[in-house]
Design a protein around this ligand. Structure first.
Ligand code: SAH
Length: 452
């Protein structure tokens, strides 16, 4: 194995990618991880870190560019850290992501089949419907931007290509307002100063925008002027909210929200169902791709009105509610009480009467439902990154629904859970990869499992 040291300069070929989107090269038997490298690159690399089994390098010079490499179209890339793949053409990014899921399924899941489909985004830019923009002060002026890597120093930007253009206009108007009034800027070190973050959400189906000022106080100085200026940006702005966060913490949002102007919520639609979005509620970040993911999940579920559907880890109930009209009954389980409240309200808003939501641990509550004699025909699971708990996997196995639809944001834990289910006779029928977060390394997979 190579004995690489810090500051060594070597020439390597990039022959793979990590889950986080770094390039991988092999140098005399040692793996070298290189951020912002593209598959097929030949590059001169300076070693910045070494350990027993691997090294980390930084590109000094590209000798030959991989065929999917392109010139990044954002001046903040890669400093900002928000995007991982802006140096790749979009089709190449899609190829890398598809490969990553196929590899995990094969290596960890012991699966023979490959993804039946990869669903790219029509719009790989400006898809985010939510942004949390930090504000600070520089030479006495309000600035907004992103945090420099591993620090809370604000690097200003004028635009972000992942966000709708209106977000930058609102941020600019807010900066002007702060400079023209005596609202001071929050300082993370001292915990003093008023204005912390600007939090913006846009419902793409209706165009409605919510603007939320996160403040270390009960409100803004000259709040009515803030409202006036923000409203003047666009008639799409329907809600202006003050969020109070007086804690000395790097958690962005406080618990208390007050509507300064307009409605308390904005409304969006997913697969024909209306959802109310309040400032603190969870909502899918990329609406267009969430719809495609849910459509694929519905196709795999194949409901015809007779089935009992469980939606475990249901969040605000979006997936289940978009399928409720094709199910006999829907039972959603979610651990966050506010999300469950939202789910109940969303069901009522749409006149859906066959949906029931329970707050608690997925396995625990699903088991209780079963003890009440409710047998699911189809179970959807959409767990966080760490995947299903062992108890949930056991529940799935013992309960034996006809189908399991597993939605996952981490191919490695999905593959692990598929392997667990396979040992007790479940079979992975097919899976699809959906690009929910273009330009970042995240990828979503939906899988259909059934008995042999
Ligand atoms: N299905 C939803 C959200 C999925 S995100 C959607 O498509 O919008 C995963 C969800 O699992 C989160 O809402 C999280 O709060 C919830 N969760 C995490 N651990 C859980 C547990 N042990 N039991 C039930 N829900 C849990």
């Amino acid at each position: 194995m190579a004995t690489l040291k810090k500051n060594d300069v070597i020439q390597v070929d990039i022959d793979g990618m990590t889950a986080e989107g770094s390039g991988v090269a092999h140098y005399e038997g040692m793996a070298v991880f290189i951020p912002n490298a593209a598959p097929g690159d030949t590059a001169e690399v300076i070693i910045i870190k070494t350990s027993k089994n691997y090294a980390v390098g930084r590109i000094k010079r590209i000798i030959k560019a991989g065929k999917g490499r392109c010139e990044p179209d954002c001046p903040s890339y890669p400093k900002c850290g928000g995007c991982t793949f802006r140096h790749l053409e979009y089709p190449e990014e899609c190829r890398v992501k598809r490969q990553r899921v196929n590899d995990a399924m094969k290596r960890i899941g012991g699966v023979e089949i490959e993804a039946e489909e990869f669903i790219p985004a029509d719009e790989p830019d400006r898809y985010r419907n939510k942004a949390q923009i930090p504000f600070g002060s520089e030479k006495g002026q309000a600035v907004f931007g992103f945090y420099a890597e591993r620090s809370h120093r604000i690097i200003p930007f004028t635009d972000c290509l992942l966000q709708p253009e209106i977000f930058s206009v609102i941020a600019q108007a807010t900066a002007h307002f702060l400079n023209d009034t005596s609202n001071d800027l929050y300082d993370e070190m001292t915990g003093r100063g008023r204005f912390r973050h600007l939090y913006i959400r846009r419902a793409f189906a209706t165009g409605e925008v919510m603007v939320c000022a996160v403040v270390n106080a009960n409100g803004l100085v000259r709040e009515e002027e803030f409202v006036r200026r923000i409203r003047a940006v666009s008639p799409e702005i329907k809600s202006i909210v003050i969020n109070v966060n007086r804690e000395k913490t790097n958690v962005i949002m406080g618990n208390k929200c007050r509507t300064a102007w307009g409605s308390e919520t904005i409304r969006d639609m997913l697969c024909g169902v209306t959802f109310e979005i309040s400032p603190l509620s969870f909502y899918q970040v990329n609406r267009a791709q969430a719809e495609r993911l849910y459509q694929k999940a519905a196709e795999y579920a194949g409901l015809d009105g007779r089935q009992v559907l469980f939606d475990l880890y249901c969040g605000t109930g979006t997936i289940g509610l978009t399928m409720a009209s094709k199910a006999r009954a829907l039972y959603g389980v979610e651990i966050i009480p506010d999300a469950v409240d939202n789910a109940v309200r969303n069901a009522a808003l749409n006149g859906i009467t066959n949906a029931h939501f329970v707050c608690g641990d997925a396995h625990d509550k699903a088991q209780k439902l079963k003890e009440q004699g409710i047998q699911p025909d189809v179970v959807i699971v959409d767990p966080p990154r760490k995947g299903c708990s062992e108890a949930t996997v056991e529940f799935l196995d013992k309960t034996s629904p006809e189908k399991i639809i597993y939605i996952s944001c981490d191919p490695a834990t999905l593959a692990r859970d598929v392997a667990r289910l396979k040992t007790s006779g479940w079979q992975l029928i097919k899976f699809t990869v959906v690009d929910m977060f273009p330009r970042t390394a995240n990828v979503e997979t939906v899988a259909l499992l059934s008995h042999k």
